[in-house]
Ligand binder design. Structure first.
Ligand SMILES: Cc1cc2nc3c(=O)[nH]c(=O)nc-3n(C[C@H](O)[C@H](O)[C@H](O)COP(=O)(O)O)c2cc1C
Length: 158
C-alpha cells in the first residue's frame, strides 16, 4: 500500500516540507484547505488564530481529495498555531478518521511546538501514531537540519 502525505499550510512552510517528503518517499499528497482563506496581515491572522484556538473554532474545510482507503500510512503535517495544530486540522478530524492507519506527524513552527504532537496523538487515538518530528523555521527559512527531516522520512518506508 502507498503512503499519503496530508497537510494543512497557511504560509507555505508546511507545504514545502510536505512536498519534499512526498517526493522523497514516493507518496501521494493531499491538502486540507479552508473554504474561506485567511485574509489580512500576518499579525491579523496570528490574532485571529489565537481567538480560534482559544474558542476551539473549526473553520469549514473543502472536501479532501484523497481516497483514504488506499493508504495504510499517513504522514500528517500542520503548522503550530498557538501551541497546537491549526484550527483547519481540528475541522479535518471532525469529519475524517485515520483509524487503523500508521500516522507520522510533523509540525512546523517558530520554536514553540507546545502540545501539537501530543494533541495529534490524542485526536488519532484509534491510529498507530508513530514518532513525530518538530520542524523549526525562522520565517520561511528552515532551521531544523534538512538531514534530520530526511532521516525521519526515510524511516517511514523502512
Ligand atoms: C496563527 C498563528 C499562530 C502561530 N503560533 C505559533 C506557536 O504557538 N508556536 C510557534 O512556534 N510558531 C507559531 N506560529 C508560526 C508558525 O507555526 C510557523 O511559521 C509555521 O511554520 C507556519 O507554517 P505554514 O507556513 O505552513 O502555515 C504561528 C503562526 C500563526 C499564523
Amino acid at each position: 500500500m502507498k503512503a499519503l502525505v496530508l497537510f494543512y499550510s497557511y504560509g507555505g512552510n508546511t507545504r514545502s516540507v510536505a512536498e519534499m517528503i512526498a517526493k522523497r518517499i514516493g507518496a501521494d499528497i493531499a491538502e486540507i484547505k479552508t473554504v474561506k482563506p485567511y485574509e489580512g496581515t500576518y499579525n491579523e491572522v496570528v490574532a485571529q488564530g489565537k481567538r480560534e484556538v482559544e474558542s476551539n473554532f473549526k473553520p469549514a474545510i473543502m472536501p479532501v481529495e484523497a481516497d483514504f482507503d488506499k493508504y495504510d500510512t499517513v504522514v500528517f503535517g500542520t503548522p503550530v498555531w498557538w501551541y497546537t495544530y491549526a484550527p483547519a486540522v481540528s475541522s479535518f478530524f471532525d469529519s475524517y478518521s485515520l483509524k487503523g492507519k500508521r500516522v507520522f506527524a510533523f509540525a512546523t513552527n517558530g520554536g514553540w511546538l507546545g502540545k501539537t504532537l501530543d494533541n495529534i496523538k490524542h485526536v488519532c487515538k484509534d491510529s498507530d501514531v508513530e514518532k513525530g518530528i518538530n520542524i523549526k523555521f525562522n520565517g520561511n527559512k528552515l532551521v531544523t537540519p534538512i538531514s534530520d527531516v530526511e532521516k525521519w522520512a526515510d524511516d517511514i518506508i523502512k
